[in-house]
Design a protein around this ligand. Sequence first.
Ligand SMILES: Cc1ncc(C[n+]2csc(CCOP(=O)(O)OP(=O)(O)O)c2C)c(N)n1
Length: 570
Amino acid sequence: MKKIELLSGDEALARGAYEAGLKFAASYPGTPATEILEYLAKFDEIDAQWSVNEKVAYEVALGASIAGVRSIYSSKHVGINVAGDPLMTSAYTGVGGGFVAVTADDPQLQSSQNEQDNRLIAKFSKLPMLEPSSPAEAYKMAKEAFDLSEKFDTPVIIRLTTRVAHTKENVETGDRTEIENKPFTPNAQKYVMVPGHAYKKHIALEAKLAELQKSAQQSELNTMQINDKSLGIIADGAAYLYAKEVFPDASFLKLGFVYPFPDETIKKFAKEVKELYVIEEQEPFIEEHVRQLGIDVKAKDISYRIGELSPALVKEIVEGKIKTEKPSTARKPVLCPGCSHRSVFYALKKLKAVVAGDIGCYTLGALKPLEALHTTVCMGASVTIMESLSKNLGHDKVVGVIGDSTFVHSGITGLVNAAYNQAKGLLIILDNSNTAMTGSQPNPATGVNAKGKPTKKLILKEICKAAGADIVETMDAFDKNLQNKIKELMSKDALCVLIARFPCRMIDRSRQSPPVFNKDKCIVCGACLQVDCPAIYKNADGKITLDAFLCVGCNVCVSACKVDALHRAQ
Ligand SMILES: Cc1ncc(C[n+]2csc(CCOP(=O)(O)OP(=O)(O)O)c2C)c(N)n1
């Protein structure tokens, strides 16, 4: 039954996949892709899972495809790096049931550690890529991607960016079509990628790409709109919408099937128009290819490769300007009041520890005034960088800090490595029983699955011991002795893990009474402000204010106060 539904790009893509008979979905949370799996997990017809990381997600999804069912992988752009190993070789194996891999990129780093443009992954991996400009297109392309995948025996990548993933639009949805599973027949030439087989597969892949290019040239996803011929614009994704808004009368070649490039279509369009521009966000992906075709084209200055575009910036590009816009610093992100990460970072700051950090809410420990986290590179890198910092700077000075979800994602291997290579030092696992940063998804250490059902629970203490840690202790993250415990473990000549445990405020909203604040004793020394809690701040009149509405009574500020102005409530 046809229905109009207000859907985000993520939801629309997921809806399209559901209607295309999808039976298996795997993902690891990451903005702006998270809502794809969250949407799919609601359907009984779909076996949907949060995998422990993106490599695992890609592999289980590919495995489901090999078993014959339509399957989907989704992650944020950097997740594709983690999944890179199976992804690259899946271009050789091809698929069983239709297999779609979604990358949701984050230009402008709304919530990411880098701004990589995953259109380049399509070229690198030799996989076809579709790119919608809107939720309605994402819905349509999800269906097309499965057909394309089965027709050409290849995974198909769909690339979203934050604007498309999180924009909402009315989308006309329909019914699900059940698709018969493809039979699985053992076929070593296809699925066992030893050199002899893979070499032949690479030859076949090049031929497949040529066929895919013909398909891109005929595809309705690449549309030519000939209007005013004095200005022709080639654009994709959100950039197409911005360009269309600024130059409604121009001629357009809108690319939706972005890789392999539809060369003949591009050449034809270039001949039609007088002045040709490529308007694209991030890397000069289309621009460089158009130039390679020997076509004279104008495009953005290098300064516009950083951050998102907007209609105003598209106008500037065509005016030949250089980008002057600076990143917004309007609002500093901050840990929630009562967040258990705060007490750990406050203790680490006091101990003047060198802290190898990781990615999660706790990365905020790097910001002023806490400034208690000194490296963040990628997920899992706290444990490995801690190993090297400890060996070089002294294990009594260095601490690694990682969240529970990140530890399961890629921290366990680092801990095994540290033990195997006889590293010493302290790793603190901030166990808030949540993947908080991405909006409270469960993970193996929470004992709940993607469908919200109880499942086997990973016991962090046991896995740390099994990985080879010499000492593993667990402590309440708000324990008054936390700082002493960290100090004690830092001084041990051993590989130690401290699991600092307290449920995330997003899942346990219970409150204790705020501390008692004796204003008369307060000398406005600012010590309490060093804990960086939104519930305690300096007023316009220069006085310290404790906001009882925001405060949940964690008492970290009490431990910071040097003049007894703050007391635990009795
Ligand atoms: C490779 C990769 N995948 C996913 C993400 C998105 N992401 C950032 S932090 C995080 C996990 C946070 O959970 P946890 O480690 O438990 O810390 P918390 O936010 O709960 O404090 C995720 C999934 C990412 N940045 N990089």
